[in-house]
Design a protein around this ligand. Structure first.
Ligand code: IPE
Ligand code: IPE
Ligand code: MG
Length: 245
């Protein structure tokens, strides 16, 4: 039986988050510059997005550029930002055809003007689509996001719009850039690294973590199916005993 047919559609994660890692090592293995790896990562993005939408996943969040990634060589950062513009422009039509809405999380106003503009255009042009939401994490840092949320709540308290007693988990989650998006049930990281690298620290509090040695440019639909099957084989206890769930 195909991997896809083994997936229990009733128990599909609503939200899958992915740390797309290993582009540089993939390029090195192919005797090419790092940027070649990033270019080849686009195919994996396309396949993963398509597979998730076909299955009926509601939200797919892709970690595309972290705040820490600014410290890479300038040439690589520039190439990544250009690739983003190029890909956004090219893929918007496909997103519309597949009824997929684009959103972004992170401090996107600090992106280069051209990238920021292409991103806003993509978000605007797909805003009425309803099959799946594709969230790009760009210039994203979970610690930054948590500090920003705290500031927002503090400001409201100062203005008398919120009392200190009203600050609870729900209010806090509502001040994050992922407000209105359910927490990911499943996090996938490619390339064999087993860390979170400042990604969705609040939202991943109870997610199932799945690590695969595959480098991101080699990631295909079947790799997503494998991750979902692994997720479906787990028992999510949320603090209870096995007998209780
Ligand atoms: C992930 O691949 C892409 C980004 C972080 C933008 P890397 O570029 O981190 O690839 P490795 O980890 O060096 O192999
Ligand atoms: C995490 O990958 C960020 C993205 C995938 C965009 P990195 O390759 O930057 O993470 P570290 O440096 O290995 O932690
Ligand atoms: Mg990496």
């Amino acid at each position: 039986m195909d991997l896809k047919d083994q997936i229990n559609i009733e128990k599909l994660p609503r939200h899958i988050a992915v740390i797309m890692d290993g582009n540089g090592r993939w390029a090195k293995d192919h005797g090419q510059p790092r940027v070649f790896g990033h270019r080849n990562g686009v195919k994996a993005v396309r396949e993963t997005t398509e597979a998730a939408a076909e299955l009926g996943v509601e939200y797919l969040t892709l970690y595309a550029f972290s705040t820490e990634n600014w410290s890479r060589p300038r040439l690589e950062v520039n190439a990544l930002m250009s690739l983003l513009v190029e890909t956004l422009r090219k893929e918007i039509e496909t997103l519309n055809k597949n009824n997929i809405r684009l959103q972004a999380i992170g401090d996107i106003s600090k992106l280069p003007k051209r990238t920021h503009k292409a991103l806003l255009e993509g978000i605007e042009n797909t805003k009425n689509n309803s099959r799946m939401t594709l969230v790009l994490a760009l210039n994203y840092s979970a610690k930054w996001e948590i500090v920003e949320a705290s500031r927002q709540l503090a400001e409201k308290v100062k203005l008398g719009q919120l009392s200190v007693d009203e600050i609870n988990e729900e209010a806090f989650a509502g001040a994050l850039s992922t407000k209105n998006i359910p927490d990911p049930e499943l996090l996938i990281r490619s390339s064999g690294e087993t860390r979170l690298s400042n990604f969705l620290l609040w939202q991943l509090a109870y997610s199932e973590l799945y690590f695969t040695p595959i480098y991101w440019p080699d990631f295909r639909k079947n790799n997503l199916y494998e991750a979902i099957l692994d997720y479906q084989s787990r028992e999510r206890r949320f603090g209870k005993t096995s007998d209780q769930v």
